[in-house]
Design a protein around this ligand. Structure first.
Ligand SMILES: [Zn+2]
Length: 483
């Protein structure tokens, strides 16, 4: 009997984990101003680091710039996505200061890459143990041994958005969704990064072993309807797919809506975070010969770069502030007609108060809400072709109370305007010696004062104080009366 041991070796054109680690470290060391390397987590079973690289000017600082995310290798065998991420990182670094468009992207945006989300699964493929391995290596039966027929979680079914609707509950399945949503370190690392970085766009790279290749999937269509931003998301998916020439060279990638909701990355990133997320099924199959890799990466660049171009196109962007203190606010921004109350609110981020909403040219009604602030409504905000519409929003705290007097100096009649009149129970007018001259109970929005005291006598020229009383504070405004 002859025992044949097949070790299938992967073409050396494909990066090993160590090569990715070395290359990213080398880039971060040599280009520290535009490349920042992070470890965003460690893989579930083998504790391999999950690297994230940010390409941006002053890369170590968090700036008020739009951010995009590119993810490779949710699925271990789908290694072309790693190559696209590494190719793009190198292209951006090498083009910096030489290519004005790419230099502008790096200077004005934050471009993030997670080239290998699933490093431990990737090692199974690269070691030739199982070149069609898909999952990570979670020890599902807790026997301390890696079992090809039972272990691992499909990371792209582990996100907490309709998690129980997708994948399989059977650990031996290739599509095992895990014991609970976000049970895996890998998906938790992406969750933390997305909640922190407020990406506008994400491309997550896959390759199909059996299903359709060369497709751009976008969120989502299901029995409950469409994603609220569907028309805008779809238009961008079409623009991405048209830019990626297929392997045969006779057409380009196609576009399909993701049908059904489940715990895939694209559904969670969009559904929970509002990130326009595209799942790109690269090439015709998972592992192509090494000689094809550069060409596949080069053709995919145009689709990847479209996102960096598009973020400066038709959209509404601005910051939300407290109108009194100027502090940035995390407030809900609703585009009327493109809103699903069943989804988590789309909020401005807290550090700068920034929101960015990708739209098509047209006219939109926009509401901005915060539980502690008086909401604002903007009717028919125009969005132009190819440029963002700026909309900075100043919200007034519901507790902010004030009185304003006009004209000031006043003559025979002054108008006392109350900010937050419901809180003001009484309005009192004092002279400079603190004598009460006049009082108004339960005042309304604007109180008219004829510059007379309670005995209907005209008051002399001078300085007076108008005090609004609330249950917990007094607000005061000085007025000069000159007859
Ligand atoms: Zn995949």
């Amino acid at each position: 009997m002859i025992l044949l041991l097949f070790i299938v070796s992967i073409d050396p054109r494909y990066h090993t984990f160590d090569e990715v680690a070395y290359e990213l470290d080398s880039i971060a060391t040599h280009f520290p101003f535009i490349a920042h390397l992070d470890t965003i987590g460690y893989s579930t079973c083998d504790s391999l680091p999950i690297f994230a690289m940010k390409i941006s000017d002053s890369a170590d600082n968090e700036e008020d710039e739009p951010a995009a995310l590119y993810i490779g290798c949710h699925h271990a065998e789908e290694i072309l996505g790693i190559e696209i991420c590494m190719y793009m990182i190198n292209d951006l670094i090498n083009s910096y200061t030489l290519d004005s468009t790419k230099t502008n992207w790096v200077n004005n945006q934050e471009i993030w890459f997670v080239p290998i989300l699933n490093p431990e699964g990737h090692s199974i493929v690269m070691n030739g143990i199982d070149t069609i391995w898909r999952k990570n290596k979670r020890d599902n039966n807790n026997n301390g041994i890696f079992d090809l027929d039972y272990d691992g979680v499909d990371l792209n079914r582990n996100y907490d958005f309709y998690w129980s609707e997708g994948g399989s509950s059977d650990p031996s399945s290739e599509y095992y969704r895990g014991p609970e949503p976000f049970s895996e370190n890998e998906t938790r690392a992406i969750r933390a990064l997305c909640l922190e970085q407020h990406f506008v766009f994400c491309n997550t790279y896959h390759s199909a072993r059996t299903g359709l290749g060369e497709v751009v999937y976008y969120p989502y269509r299901w029995s409950g309807g469409y994603s609220p931003d569907y028309p805008f998301i779809r238009e961008i998916a079409d623009s991405i797919s048209k830019r990626i020439i297929n392997d045969q060279g006779n057409s380009h990638y196609t576009t399909l809506p993701g049908v059904g909701l489940d715990g895939r990355a694209r559904n969670w990133l969009y559904g929970v975070c509002g990130i326009f997320t595209y799942c790109i099924e690269v090439s015709q199959t998972t592992i192509q010969p090494g000689w094809m890799v550069d060409d596949i990466c080069e053709r995919n660049l145009a689709g990847a770069y479209y996102l960096l171009d598009r973020v400066a196109g038709s959209s509404v962007t601005g910051c939300v502030y407290d109108s009194i203190t100027g502090e940035p606010l995390s407030a809900e921004v609703i585009i009327e007609g493109y809103y699903d109350p069943g989804l988590p609110p789309r909020q401005s981020e807290p550090q700068f108060g920034r929101f960015r909403r990708i739209l098509s040219p047209g006219s939109y009604n926009i509401e901005v809400h915060h539980p502690d602030y008086v909401p604002k409504y903007y009717a028919t905000i125009a969005v132009e072709q190819g440029t963002p519409t700026e909309l900075n929003v100043y919200l007034r705290n519901k507790n902010y109370t004030a009185v304003f007097v006009r004209p000031n100096p006043g003559k025979d009649i002054v108008y006392i305007e109350l900010i937050n009149p419901l809180r003001i129970t009484r309005l009192k007018i004092y002279d400079i010696l603190g004598r009460l001259l006049r009082a108004f109970d339960n005042p309304t929005d604007v109180v008219t004062w004829d510059c007379k005291d309670t005995q209907n006598r005209e008051i002399p020229n001078g300085i007076y104080f108008i005090v609004g009383e609330t249950s917990d504070e007094n607000v005061c405004q000085k007025v000069v009366v000159l007859h």
